[in-house]
Design a protein around this ligand. Structure first.
Ligand SMILES: N[C@@H](CCC(=O)N[C@@H](CS)C(=O)NCC(=O)O)C(=O)O
Length: 236
């Protein structure tokens, strides 16, 4: 856990010069850590990244238990404060550094954005997390092929619901809510990355694909992309 890597955005966040020392425990392919890397880049907040090699189960070692007893990434630290759970960390960042915001002002729009984010965070990601997939194969004896079916099933169920919700509300333009990125995009794009990595067919989700294409052109999404992380080569 020694290899820290400084992320210092060029302009910095002019509205939030609080000089907190932020640490993010991350793994390049973790979609939940990816959400946070996007948010930190979007808000132009400097931070140090500590890579945790999930492929080698570094998260299950005792020294990481001291960082996060849940033994998952992401984990976030400041001098006198630490936090797990990506959604809690995202809201904490937004409350302590409100500009630019990741949630809209209007209460109905805020609820809409949270609803979309929760489709990913509560109903897709937890079913397809590494430890769940490993439990299926290692403890329940399920074959690799059936594990892949499990993964693809929950991805398609979740992304179809996401697509249908976008169509029902009709609030999406370039992004999930109009022309500004929000928490919903921060959750969607990592999930789409993950689905693509597992060869899931996304052709039935045109709105999702279009939003992903637009987001992936933005600097904060480019900076946070798994392939641009130093541990992608370190741990690959
Ligand atoms: N609900 C948690 C989930 C965190 C999580 O599942 N992280 C995964 C990586 S995406 C992890 O650390 N997996 C390690 C493991 O399953 O052993 C969050 O949003 O932070």
């Amino acid at each position: 856990m020694e290899a820290k890597e400084a992320h210092t955005p060029k302009g910095g966040n002019r509205d939030c010069r609080d000089e907190r020392h932020r640490l993010l425990y991350s793994y390049w392919r973790s979609s939940t850590a990816y959400r946070l890397r996007i948010a930190l880049a979007f808000k132009q907040l400097p931070f140090e990244l500590v890579p945790i090699n999930l492929a080698q189960k570094q998260n299950l070692q005792s020294d990481f238990w001291g960082v996060n007893p849940q033994m998952l990434v992401p984990s976030y630290e400041e001098a006198d404060f630490s936090l797990g759970q990506s959604m809690a960390i995202l809201e904490y960042l937004d409350e302590t550094c409100p500009q630019p915001p990741i949630l809209p002002n209007d209460p109905k729009d805020r609820a809409y954005v949270r609803m979309l984010a929760n489709v990913i965070a509560c109903d897709i990601h937890p079913l397809n997390n590494v430890r769940v997939l490993n439990f299926l194969t290692d403890d329940l004896g399920i074959s690799e092929q059936r594990k892949q079916r499990w993964y693809a099933h929950w991805i398609s169920t979740g992304l179809k619901a996401f697509e249908d919700l976008l169509a029902k509300y009709g609030k999406d333009k370039a992004y999930c809510l109009g022309d500004s990125v929000t928490l919903a995009d921060f959750c969607l794009i990592p999930q789409v990355y993950n689905a693509t990595r597992f060869n899931c067919d996304l052709s039935d989700y045109p709105r999702v694909r279009s939003i992903a294409e637009n987001c992936n052109l933005l600097p904060c999404f480019i900076d946070a992309h798994p392939d641009t992380q130093s541990d992608s080569t370190l741990f690959n």
